[in-house]
Design a protein around this ligand. Sequence first.
Ligand code: KG4
Ligand code: ZN
Length: 340
Amino acid sequence: MAEDRNLILAFESSCDETSVAVIENGNKILSNIVATQIKSHKRFGGVVPEVASRHHIEQVTYCIDDALCEANVDYDDLDAVVVTYGPGLVGSLLVGVTAAKTVAYAHDLPLVPVNHMAGHIYAARFAGELHFPALALLVSGGHTELVYLSGPYDFKIIGETRDDACGEAYDKVGRVLGLTYPAGKQIDEMAHKGHDTFHFPRAMEKEDNFDFSFSGLKSAFINTVHHADQIGEKLDENDLAASFQQSVVDVLAEKTIRCLKEFPVKQLILAGGVAANQGLRTRLDEELQAFDDVELIKAPLKLCGDNAAMIGAAGYEAYLAGIRGGLDLNADPSLEFDWI
Ligand code: KG4
Ligand code: ZN
C-alpha cells in the first residue's frame, strides 16, 4: 500500500444484493457496485433464498471486476479483504464469504469478517466522522434495534423488536395493499399524501424499556383492510399508509428520545434500509433540536440499503482493531450483534 492510503475490497451478499466495493482509508468510496435481485423476488412477494444464492453466484465475479475497474486499482494495491459473514441467508452469505476467502488466499491478503449490522451503522461514516459514545437506531428489513456504541468497536444492544422488524412490517402491510416487494419506499411516498385518520396502536410506546413490537400494528392494519373489504367499503390507501407510518415513527422516535435521555451520547446514528424513510428522518431532525449536544448523523440515502461500501467502512475499523478471519471462516446466519 502507499503509505497514506489503505485500500479495502469489501463484499456484501447477506440477502438480495450482491455488492463489492473498494474503500480508501475507511471513509472514501472508490467504487460500490450493487447488483440487485429485486426483480427476481418481486413476483414471490419476498426474497426466495435459493433464488438469491444462485444470483449471487452469477454476479459476484462481475461485481469484483467492476469494483476494481471503477476504482482503478489492482489486487496488488489492496491491503485487506472484508466480508459480511452474518447475519443473513446462509446460502447468500456463503457466496460472499467464499469469494472473499478466495481473493484473500490468492493474493495473500488479510481477511476481515464483518457483522452486517455493524456495516449498516457504518454507512453513516460516509455522512461524517463518528464520535463516541453514540447511539444507533438501526431499522431494516430484518432488524429494529437501539445500539449503544461506547467506542468504534464496542456495541451493546439496549432495545430490540420482540416480533416483526420494522421493514418487515412495512413489506407485510404493503402486500395487503397490493404493493410490490419491498413496499417501504412506496408506503413512505403514499404516507405523505394521506393523514393519520385510523390511529393505529402504538405498541409498547409507554413501557419502561427500549424494546419494540410491530406485529400488533401490522394485525390492526390488516384487520382494518379485511373488514372494509368484507362490507364493501373503500378505504383511502394514502390515509392507511399515513396512519401506519405515523404509528411506526411515533414509537421509534419516542423510544429513541427516551434512550438518549437515559444514555448521554455525542451522536445519534440513523441507519438501515428503513433509515431512508422520509417521515422518520424529518421527525428525528425535529426531535433532535431539543438536544444541543447530540448530533444526528443519518446514513446517506443511497447507502441505507444493503451495499458493500458500508461493510468496507466497518471492516476498516475491524482491520485496525486487528480482527482477522482464517480460511475456515464460515457464514453465520444468526450471528449475534455483540461484536463485529
Ligand atoms: O437494510 P435493508 O436494505 O435490508 C436488510 O438488511 O433488511 O432494508 C430493507 C428494508 C425493506 O423492508 C424495505 O421495505 C425497507 O427497508 N425500506 C423502507 C424504505 N426504504 C426501504 N421502509 C420505510 N421507508 C422507506 N423509505
Ligand atoms: Zn441489511
